[in-house]
Structures are given as structure tokens and as C-alpha cells.
Design a binder for this molecule. Structure first.
Ligand SMILES: [Zn+2]
Length: 355
């Protein structure tokens, strides 16, 4: 599981000079590589491998490009790779011809070897720059991928992929959050609402003058009651939703995996449409997402095609058909019998290892 992190750096003045040197080197080598590739292409129509170019740089470092020794070897190495990759993509027709990086318009950035990136409390070791203070803690005890240092015109940043080494604990505990629409209170209000709606439409019919509907003061009164009831029901549902989503996120799981909800598809099923609309699934997802962000929990939405319901959480086999009326999942392969939703939630909790 990878997380992309971008953390502000607080380099000293001395360190900043060194950072600029690395930026300059990365840009120089990138342009040098593009130039080499272009020349070579003009002459032979071929592509030079990055290994050959790197060897050439090693030679140049001994003579005319000795200043390259001031910065980490990996900065140049990666700049060659980046330029070669950009050129390869152009060769394959996947991208436009790569442009030369200009001092004024290109984004100042360079690579730091991931093996050499060391982290301690509120600081990070950048090659040939030293321990640079960070505005927040870079995650420790994990693998790093593709660390890049960049400058946005005001601040320096470290962008890095962070892989959590420790296996996340599965927290599928079978907790079920009640369906608010099935509580006595909501049902009673729904009934009252229905009665009022029927009564109003009857009154409209009774007071019809020719083809024209007339609003009597009684109708006005009842329509107001209907509006208030709608409001009340909505408040109850929203309140329940907020409580439920907070309860889920506040258990502080490392990850929340949510089933991909094909809401449009479900709404086409007329038996389900009302129930789905009431459950406010989009709103549920929205709340979970922003609360996850607030509490630092990773949010994953499972792929549309992930068979969370049709897969057996015991043996992994996938059923071809599973009707909505089958509330208990019965596996024909390993004879597991389990609540349908619980089975799906176990599958979802393992989703990250599937992708
Ligand atoms: Zn099974």
C-alpha cells in the first residue's frame, strides 16, 4: 500500500545553495541527454540506451564536467533516465517530443535515491545536502519510492511514495449500523406523511372548479405540514448519517474500503429506488471521504468490477449469480455459510492486497 506524501522542507541558507546546485545539475543533464538522443536520432534513427549515456557522464566527470562531483551521483543518473523515458514515450508515439528544460520556465526539481533517503525526527537526509529540517514528520520505518525534491517559487518540498511495511490489521468486526428507515420513529413519520399527501390530493380533487385546481386554506395548511414533515425526516436521516460516518471513521482504522456503488444502476430497479434514494449513498460516501481526510484514514473505493458480494471470503471462488434475495451466502465449493453483507465486507477489507 503506497501513500503519496508531500512534505515541506526548511533548509538553511547553506543547504538551499546546495539544493539549487542539484536542481541545476538535474536540468543540465536532462538537456544534455535530450541533445544526445536528438543528434543520434538524426544520424542513425536510433535510440541510445541510458546505460551508455551514464558511462559517458562518468568519463566527463573526470574532465570537463568535474563540477558534477559536487552533487549526488544519483541526481545525474535519474536525470538521464527521466530524459530517456521522455524520449522513449515520444518514440512510441505516446507523448510529444520532450522539450528542453529552461531555467526560467521549468519546475526546479531533482531526484534523491530512495535507498539513501534517511529520516529522523523532523528532518530528512538529502544526499550531499545533509540533514534538512521538515515542517512535518516524514513517515519512518517504511520503504520509500521515487523521492523528489522541488521548489514551488516559495518553498522547498519533498515528494515521496511511502509504503507501509506492517500489515494493516483487518478490522472487519461485523458491526452493523442500523437502517434508520426501519426504525419505528421514521416509519411513523413516513405513514403520517403518506396520509397527509393522500388527504391533500383528495382535497384538490374535491375542490376542482372545472379543469382548474383550487388551493383552499385547508390545503395550504396541510401542505405546510407536509413540508415540515419532509424537513423533519431529512434532519433525522442526515443526523443519523453523520453519527454513523463519524462512528466508523473514529475507530481509527488504517484504511476504509468502500464498495463501488453503482447508484444509477440501482435506481433503475424500481423496487430498490426509493430505499436507495433514502439511504443517501452519495452523501454517505462524501461524509466518509472528508472524515477520513480529517482523521488521516486512507480511503479506497473498490473497483466497479470487484466481486465483493459474489466472492466467497473463505475460499475465494466467485459465484456467477447471486440474487438480492439471498441474504446468506452459501459457498458450493467450501460450503461456507455466512451473512451476505459480512462476506462482502471481509472481501472488501482485503481489497488492497488484490490491487
Ligand atoms: Zn468458498
Amino acid at each position: 500500500m503506497f501513500l503519496a506524501k508531500k512534505i515541506r522542507l526548511r533548509p538553511s541558507e547553506e543547504q538551499e545553495k546546495q539544493l539549487w546546485k542539484s536542481v541545476g545539475t538535474a536540468r543540465f543533464i536532462y538537456n544534455w541527454t535530450l541533445n544526445k538522443q536528438e543528434e543520434n536520432y538524426k544520424n542513425s534513427g536510433k535510440f541510445i540506451s541510458d546505460g551508455i549515456l551514464r558511462k559517458e557522464i562518468t568519463q566527463l566527470k573526470k574532465s570537463e564536467l568535474s563540477w558534477l562531483n559536487d552533487v549526488s551521483n544519483n541526481v545525474a543518473k535519474q536525470a538521464v533516465k527521466d530524459a530517456c523515458n521522455a524520449y522513449k514515450r515520444f518514440f512510441k508515439g505516446l507523448a510529444d517530443k520532450p522539450k528542453f528544460k529552461r531555467r526560467k520556465t521549468s519546475k526546479p526539481s531533482f531526484y534523491n535515491d530512495n535507498e539513501k533517503l534517511k529520516v529522523k525526527k523532523n528532518s530528512v537526509l538529502i544526499e550531499k545536502v545533509g540533514w534538512v529540517r521538515t515542517a512535518e514528520q516524514v513517515p519512518m520505518d517504511c520503504h520509500y519510492t521515487n523521492p523528489r525534491i522541488s521548489f514551488n517559487g516559495k518553498y522547498w518540498y519533498l515528494s515521496v511514495g511511502v509504503e507501509q511495511v506492517q500489515q494493516p490489521i483487518e478490522l472487519t468486526d461485523g458491526t452493523i449500523i442500523k437502517n434508520i428507515n426501519k426504525t419505528a420513529k421514521v416509519r411513523k413519520l413516513e405513514k403520517r406523511l403518506q396520509r397527509l399527501q393522500r388527504s391533500v390530493s383528495r382535497k384538490y380533487e374535491q375542490n376542482k372548479e372545472g379543469n382548474r385546481f383550487v388551493k383552499t386554506s385547508n390545503i395550504v395548511k396541510q401542505e405546510k405540514q407536509i413540508r415540515l414533515l419532509h424537513r423533519k425526516l431529512m434532519n433525522i436521516r442526515m443526523n443519523h448519517l453523520h453519527q454513523a460516518t463519524s462512528k466508523i471513521v473514529k475507530t481509527k482504522p488504517s484504511t476504509i474500503v468502500m464498495e463501488h456503488l453503482n447508484v444509477k444502476g440501482m435506481l433503475r430497479n424500481k423496487h430498490l429506488s426509493k430505499a436507495i434514494a433514502q439511504q443517501k449513498l452519495y452523501e454517505f460516501k462524501r461524509q466518509i471521504q472528508y472524515k477520513c481526510e480529517k482523521y488521516g484514514v486512507q480511503f479506497i473505493e473498490a473497483d466497479k468490477w470487484f466481486p465483493s458480494s459474489k466472492m466467497c471470503s473463505g475460499c475465494g471462488c466467485v459465484k456467477k449469480q447471486l440474487s438480492l434475495s439471498e441474504r446468506t451466502y452459501k459457498c458450493e465449493e467450501c460450503s461456507l455459510e455466512i451473512d451476505r453483507d459480512f462476506n462482502a465486507s471481509i472481501n472488501l477489507s482485503r481489497y488492497k492486497s488484490v490491487i
